[in-house]
Design a protein around this ligand. Structure first.
Ligand SMILES: NC(=O)C1=CN([C@@H]2O[C@H](COP(=O)(O)OP(=O)(O)OC[C@H]3O[C@@H](n4cnc5c(N)ncnc54)[C@H](OP(=O)(O)O)[C@@H]3O)[C@@H](O)[C@H]2O)C=CC1
Ligand SMILES: CC(C)(CO)C(=O)C(=O)O
Length: 309
């Protein structure tokens, strides 16, 4: 099975490297700058579960793609989805499966609209990884799980083939019977954590120390209410997990979205917070709205400053 990994960043670089090291047929679809860097320095993973050094990872740029792949691992940020789709479109044939790793849900509709419902799998990953200044993949904690499944239960399935190629490749993988529910549960966790840590510009423990722990819980209630309204009420286990995370007084955890804000980078605020708020329709979600507007204001300022205004 030929695998195309779009992006060699935190997630794509990590899972793609593990697959490559396990002998799978992997090619990274990258932009010219990253292609040059990978050719010059190779692809390196620094991980608590074992480093990887791949001197010459196979890469391709969009202009050179001319044949379908069997599986496309999509690992761009949400704000790059349109350009990513344009880039990998020539690699989509009648039997290609696209497995996105993005947080949130909106990308599924966009991908299905463009490439057809049958092409797109649901997917998520449980990992904390990022590119460092040298272009290496830093894997921060041992967790490295990829979960995927059919979005429509009645779909004729190539799941066994996809599972086979992802299995036993140096990370955990699981086929989900209900990937939409699992994606929603992950989404509301991220929205809660990103929303409150961005709004307060602080870690979970600092937020509680400031006396704002009740706001974190209020945001959880709002996120869970939107999910419930959309038909995906978070299960008991997911609810308890999130409540544990956001009420941990000793926690220095902050969402990667806050790290993006602090480094002046673009965020996935619209995809993670804005889309959730939109799906809440006319409902009253004041903390979610404040969190979304806070990140929007940051983006507006960033854009203005970038344009030199
Ligand atoms: N990092 C993590 O720990 C986790 C991330 N996620 C989610 O996974 C998704 C990806 O995140 P992450 O891997 O961190 O993101 P990164 O920014 O680290 O990597 C994204 C990569 O996509 C590449 N890319 C974007 N557009 C294109 C294009 N048109 N053609 C080729 N390459 C392209 C970028 O390339 P370039 O270098 O050229 O900009 C970049 O290397 C996000 O939705 C995130 O929320 C989910 C769980 C954990
Ligand atoms: C849940 C968490 C914090 C794990 O790293 C995350 O994925 C994020 O903030 O984007």
């Amino acid at each position: 099975m030929r695998i195309l990994v779009l992006g060699a960043g935190g997630t794509g670089g990590y899972f793609g490297s593990r697959l490559l090291a396990a002998g799978r047929d992997v090619t990274f679809l990258v932009r010219p700058r990253r292609a040059a860097l990978l050719a010059e320095r190779g692809l390196h993973v620094r991980s608590p579960v074992g480093h990887l050094d791949l001197p010459a990872p196979p890469t391709v740029t969009a202009d050179a793609l001319d044949a379908p792949f069997d599986l496309i691992l999509l690992s761009c940020k949400a704000y790059d989805l349109d350009s990513a789709m344009d880039a990998f479109a020539p690699a989509v044939g009648p039997h290609t499966r696209i497995l996105p790793l993005l947080n949130g849900m909106r990308h599924l509709e966009v991908l299905r609209e463009r490439f057809g419902h049958e092409a797109v799998l649901g997917g998520l990953c449980l990992i904390s990884a990022a590119l460092d200044a040298e272009g290496r993949i830093q894997h921060f904690a041992p967790a490295h799980k990829l979960v995927f499944g059919e979005l429509d239960p009645q779909a004729t399935s190539s799941e066994p083939a996809v599972l086979k190629v992802l299995d036993d490749a140096g990370f955990d993988v699981r086929l989900s019977e209900n990937i939409r529910q699992e994606m929603w549960e992950k989404w509301v966790l991220i929205a809660n954590l990103a929303g409150i840590t961005c709004l307060m510009r602080a870690s979970v423990g600092d937020i509680i120390a400031a006396g704002a722990g009740d706001l974190a819980l209020k945001l959880w209630d709002e996120c869970a209410a939107v999910a419930t309204q959309c038909g995906y009420p978070p299960g008991e286990e997911a609810t308890q997990r999130v409540r544990r995370i956001i009420t941990d007084v000793d926690s220095v955890l902050m969402a990667s979205m806050l790290r993006d804000v602090e480094s002046g980078s673009r965020t996935e605020g619209d995809h993670i917070l804005g889309d959730l708020l939109r799906r809440g329709g006319e409902g009253n979600y004041p903390v979610l709205r404040a969190a979304h507007l806070h990140v929007r204001a940051y983006e507006a300022r960033r854009e203005r400053v970038t344009q030199g205004k």
